[in-house]
Design a protein around this ligand. Structure first.
Ligand SMILES: N[C@@H](CCC(=O)N[C@@H](CS)C(=O)NCC(=O)O)C(=O)O
Length: 282
């Protein structure tokens, strides 16, 4: 396994916020990720909470803006913040759009050229990164939860529904709930998976729930009512309906006065860390 290179390390709430890179076999390029180690990691391995960011974000965005470390330090959880796509791929046009290509990996393995070679985010996150993390850091990678924002919220929901047994807890902030039905998801799925929409169902939380998939426990989802993407891209009512029909426990909280950005995330992230700690810590 290729070694991990530490790019930055900062003391933070008694622990350490690091940013790292490794040569990813799955992606075929160097990939970056953040790891926040809480103070409890000095005494032994701690559970892991994967935090998946949204469109245009990097491995630094959530770590810098969400304010999650103070809660992770209290609960004894490590935070892993993966980058949102491969970078410097050499693929023509990959940097042209903010909602597709670079910074918009959609947490899946592309099957369509020219993306199939490097856009392998699902394999990186599920198969490779846990081994890399376990070898390099004091982490209990077998005790893991996942949360995400926007595209990352879609990622958290679909990865947990697609891979039962991998995550013990799931939550999302302003997730893209029904990607196969909205412009961001349709553009990504057509580009990465091809025009045949039958290949998209396995990456759509609403369709996964309708097909029998279940989350490992109750879902916590927060949504700002002043979010400009609420009606066009996010559509939490579809997740609400799908969970009700499936008998999937869901707490969906709608917040007046909050938009799509990190001021909203920072306002509710403590509740998400508590949600995950209840399943992961202790
Ligand atoms: N670039 C887009 C918005 C992109 C956007 O809102 N990205 C969200 C995730 S979907 C984000 O977290 N951006 C980074 C930030 O707010 O720091 C626009 O200007 O309309």
């Amino acid at each position: 396994m290729a070694p991990v290179t530490t790019l930055e390390a900062h003391g933070c709430f008694g622990g350490v916020q690091g940013f790292h890179a490794h040569d990813s076999r799955a992606v075929g390029l160097p990939m970056r990720f953040g790891v926040y180690l809480p103070p409890q990691a000095q005494a032994g391995p701690v559970p892991v909470l994967y935090c998946l960011a949204g469109l245009t974000c990097s491995e630094q965005t959530f770590a810098i803006k969400a304010g999650a470390q103070q809660h992770a330090a209290r609960h004894g959880l490590a935070l892993v913040t993966p980058d949102t796509s491969p970078r410097d791929t050499g693929v023509a046009g990959a940097d042209a759009d903010w909602d597709f290509g670079t910074g918009a990996g959609f947490y899946l393995d592309a099957t369509r050229e020219p993306y199939a070679r490097h856009w392998r985010m699902e394999s990186w996150l599920l198969d490779e990164l846990p081994q890399v993390l376990a070898a390099a850091f004091p982490l209990r990678t077998d005790v893991a939860g996942v949360l995400g924002h926007s595209m990352g919220g879609y990622g958290a929901l679909t990865l947990a529904l697609r891979h039962p047994g991998v995550f013990r807890s799931v939550s999302a902030l302003a997730p893209i709930c029904a990607p196969a039905e909205v412009p961001w998801g349709r553009k990504a799925f057509a580009g990465y998976l091809g025009e045949d929409a039958s290949a998209w169902a396995g990456h759509d939380a609403v369709q996964l729930l309708a097909g029998g998939a279940r989350a490992p426990g109750p879902l916590l989802v927060d949504q700002g009512l002043d979010d400009p993407f609420l009606a066009s891209q996010l559509q939490p009512e579809r997740l609400e309906q799908a969970c009700a029909a499936a008998g999937q426990p869901l707490t969906l909280r709608r917040h007046a006065g909050y938009d799509h950005g990190y001021f909203f995330i920072a306002s509710v992230i403590g509740d998400h860390l508590a949600h995950h700690a209840a399943a992961l810590a202790g």
